[in-house]
Design a protein around this ligand. Sequence first.
Ligand code: NAP
Length: 337
Amino acid sequence: MKLALIGYGNVGRALARLLRQKRRPFPFTITGIHTLRHGTAIDPAGLPVEPQFGPGAASIEEFLNAARAEIAVELTTLNPSTGEPAISHIRAAFARGMHVATANKGPLAHAYADLRDEAARAGLGFRFESAVMDGAPVFNLWRHTMPGVKVLGFTGALNSTSKVVIETMEGGGSFDEGLADARKMGITEADGAFDVEGWDSAAKTAALANVLMDARATPQQVSTRGITRLTPERMQEMVRGGKTVRLISRGRRTASGLSLRVRAEVLDRCDVLACTPGTSNLILFHTDLMGTFGTVSINPGVEQTAYGVFSDLVELSRGVDGANVVRGNGVVGRHES
Ligand SMILES: NC(=O)c1ccc[n+]([C@@H]2O[C@H](COP(=O)([O-])OP(=O)(O)OC[C@H]3O[C@@H](n4cnc5c(N)ncnc54)[C@H](OP(=O)(O)O)[C@@H]3O)[C@@H](O)[C@H]2O)c1
């Protein structure tokens, strides 16, 4: 199948490498790449390993028309305030009959229900496995293995950058050194403040609630405090007391609606939420039929994020009926509209 990549940064480049590696069993072809400042590359017959970028297409519509792909892969920078322009990119792809895979949590955090319904009406697929946990199965686990289960809440340590910063300070390094280390790994948002101030976690919290609990929440509605007040001295004191800190996302149904929050929580080092070294992520789902269970990903990197997108592409290539979605009431099933 032909792919049009919107965004070619850490994840886009890792995805291109993975597609080359798996080209024989999974013959995807990249026919276009569009970026913000580095221009646009197009070849409907397939771009070479080192694409030549010309001037940027005048608009996303012009790019998608020229790329003539079957799947648009949205990998642009997170905008936690509005989810744009990624939401418009996705709509432009749907308008051209293209399926969409994205690692960008912004659209899920701001417009999930509308995009889900628009895709279903058009008979198109919309996949986003990497948006919350760097490629570890979260949404596909739900979609494919949990029939009839209702999500009552979730608890997650979902921000890798904050963990790298905390571990650096526990070892005596500074906050900024930790952030620089995370940036070198390619795991920070373009604006690292989004990670340490909690906006990345707030967007993930809203995205999880929107997809799994039909919340129609935005990151602004998530009560959020990041890790910016932590210091190396405070972190080392905690280490001596057998404690650590994790930026924890929590969502739960309450009598008055949904409670969504992100906090830097002090945890015992043996707490299951604290057993997430380096870039590791962990999520626990609280459910009616399956009790509490979870997924953990140990030290994922950008290759794992790329794998999550790849898994979406494989799913989309295997046929989409546009109706197989996670239903708004938190129950997995077929969409009936
Ligand atoms: N990195 C990770 O580990 C990770 C993990 C999970 C999810 N994600 C998500 O994946 C997405 C991509 O992350 P990344 O690390 O690859 O980001 P990145 O390295 O900052 O790359 C972003 C890419 O998007 C392009 N871009 C930005 N705005 C655009 C626009 N309006 N139109 C066209 N292209 C635009 C940029 O163009 P230029 O090259 O010209 O600047 C760049 O190529 C983000 O939404 C992020 O939240 C990343």
